[in-house]
Design a protein around this ligand. Sequence first.
Ligand code: PMV
Length: 369
Amino acid sequence: MTVSSAPGKVYLFGEHAVVYGEPAVPCAVERRATVTVSARDDDHVRVRAEDLSLNGFTVEYRGSTGDRPDVDVPAPLVEAAMGYIDAAVDQARAAADAPDAGFDITVESDIPLGAGLGSSAAVVVAGIDAATRELGVELEPRELAERAYQAEHEVQDGQASRADTFCSAMGGAVRVEGDDCRTIDAPPLPFVIGFDGGAGDTGALVSGVRALREEYDFAADTVSTVGDIVRRGEELLAEADPDADDPPEELLSELGRFMDFNHGLLEALGVSSRSLDSMVWAAREAGAYGAKLTGAGGGGCIVSLDPTPETQTALRFTPGCEDAFRAELATEGVRVEVPPDADADAEGEGERERDSDDGNGTETGADSS
Ligand code: PMV
């Protein structure tokens, strides 16, 4: 048995625009998905997911998820969750060169699903890490991030950027611009998150922005203005002292302003919602330095900056807000919680160092299922 966990994230700046090559700055937060994987003697995959929905679910299948079993939860939720898990299994099989490996998988997550906090990326990153370790292969975080990206890319029909998966694998604050992914320094920002209890449809929202951008110059300009805001925000982070326990008010206030601008532009691109807007305004009125939606939008979460308890309290009383919580910057990305046990190691092929090719699992993954 091997257990790995990986953090969710908030976008300080840059979601949607990152899909068109602008930079984005996601920050990992201390809400984690934990995946437990045990190798099986056959090629079956059995998945138990807790906390992903109110009910959780268990499914067992052979080979790929094509033969979907009957389960007592809404089909779209199973489709979505199983799609990511199936893609993670394919990547792990390809990385370990073990196309017939079977697994018992348990997924637990305290990251709301599809709500802009990178739940799927965290499940995929932790799942690939645990499954490859279980097969005796230890991937470097960057290769893991690449494989997790390939998995998300496949499930999301090519509409994923590298931002979520890279951030979840590496932890801390990161900067993603196209294929260029790097970690950056950031002080411990006082994130307060508001969650409306819902979720957005990332694929549909990304397609909506794409269509708008193709039809209207203003939308293309808006996307590049988001890029300008991200670059300004990055400069602020670069000048800040990453070791300061309490980031100075001036920094928070400037970052907050840019978050507000970023939210306004996302709203212009049509990806906000009534509940996201009312949480954003509640946070601002409570004295937050800034607030914006995080992730694809349409519903889900907002992120605000406030070191005081005021924003969290105000959000709790805001109609449309189901939960409000503080989220620390997660300095650690993926981590192994329980390493593979000694017997499994002895039975397996032993630990092999991976050569770091570009991790193009789409090709190898196709062979494996
Ligand atoms: O809602 P999330 O956490 O899946 O974030 C989506 C972010 C987008 O920029 C809209 C898409 C992407 O893959 O970067």
